[in-house]
Design a protein around this ligand. Structure first.
Ligand code: SF4
Length: 350
């Protein structure tokens, strides 16, 4: 009989497991701390459990993390990891050292993505499946096992997939991440990035978690957004702006808008005006990023001057504007690029 992998089990699930084994529930909380905080996965070393319980656990259970099949290091220090999952599918995480003391890790929430944004390598792969809670936190545990406790300071769910389409698992993962006896990363250091799944944004607002929300906007005119993000048909911009007003009212947090600039597409004065109109009344900041070209896709990267011009026009009309410089361009760090290439290679080899 294969052992049950406890990777991704929450404290409540581990308590339930202990009860099912005829043990006291609090042993489940002890195990939770050993796995996630102390990173000890060998039952024989979990010394505050009885020898008998450790033996029974070792017979039926284990805690198997993810293994990275491929790692790439960019000249700018960005590292990209490709993980092969038990069913043979692949996901990516990217570790981005920023200013001193801040390291952001970008993790995946799905294999592939069903939303099919026209500019995105993951979108080209189509929908695969939701990641389990274990596969989400496993990306982080791998990094801590490799690089130690301070492998990362901030977490963004901005890798492969749309996190709000895998909401329940993402929320369970956030609970493990933010628990003091878990990975112990404050919820406010965790950002969930969505393309704009309106009803789930409302649910998230009502849960009053302290996680931060980013919205991948990329166009502030409905017709343009529809051309690059098909979900805009079901969730139009006007309704998106309304739910974001609701979100900021209820949570008192500002929202981050991610706006990728594509040369000659969404970088005109009309776009500046539409964007400043759209965000009116929404406490927010806007991150501008020049498009990182993806092989086989039609979009082009704007010049640095064009990006700076856009930022200058926008700044007096928006409360906060930041220009983010692309990272890891030499290692295909944009989400899904490496996994998409690996998939093509495997298909060719098959
Ligand atoms: S940009 Fe995000 S939402 Fe759009 S296809 Fe890519 S992963 Fe999915």
């Amino acid at each position: 009989m294969p052992k049950t992998n406890l990777l991704g089990f929450t404290a409540a699930q581990l308590e339930g497991l202990m009860l099912s084994l005829g043990e006291r529930a609090f042993h489940g909380r002890q195990l939770f701390k050993w796995f996630y905080k102390l990173r000890q996965y060998d039952f024989s070393r979990i010394t505050d459990l009885s020898r008998d319980l450790r033996t029974r656990l070792a017979e039926g259970y284990d805690f198997r993390g993810l293994t990275s099949e491929h790692t790439m290091l960019s000249q700018d220090g960005t590292r990209k990891f490709l993980f092969r999952l038990d069913d043979g599918l692949a996901i990516e995480s990217v570790l981005i050292p920023e200013e001193v003391g801040r390291k952001t890790v970008c993790i995946s929430s799905q294999v592939g993505c069903p939303l099919g944004c026209a500019f995105c390598a993951t979108g080209k792969m189509g929908g695969g499946r939701n990641l389990t809670v274990g596969e989400i936190v496993g990306q982080l545990i791998f990094l801590r096992d490799q690089y130690g406790e301070d492998a990362f300071t901030n977490i963004v769910l901005m890798g492969m997939g749309e996190p709000l389409l895998n909401f329940d698992n993402v929320i369970e993962a956030v609970k493990i991440i933010s628990a003091g006896d878990g990975l112990s990363v404050a919820a406010k250091k965790v950002t969930i990035s969505t393309a704009g799944i309106i009803p789930v944004i409302r649910r998230l607002a009502d849960m009053k978690l302290k996680v931060r929300l980013a919205v991948s906007l990329n166009a502030a005119l409905q017709e343009k957004r529809l051309r690059i993000m098909p979900l805009a048909k079901k969730y139009p911009l006007g309704q998106l702006a309304e739910v974001l007003k609701y979100y900021t009212d209820v949570t008192r947090f500002r929202v981050t808008f991610e706006y990728i600039l594509f040369a000659g597409f969404n970088d005109t004065m009309d776009d500046v005006m539409a964007l400043s109109h759209l965000i009116r009344g929404i406490p927010c900041k806007i991150n501008l990023l020049a498009y990182n070209p993806v092989e086989g896709l039609e979009f082009e990267r704007p010049s640095e001057e064009a990006v700076d011009w856009f930022a200058k026009q926008l700044y007096p009309r928006a409360p906060a504007v930041t220009v983010r410089r692309s990272r890891g361009t030499d290692i295909d760090a944009a989400c899904g690029q490496l996994a998409a290439k690996q998939r093509k290679r495997r298909q060719k080899d098959a």
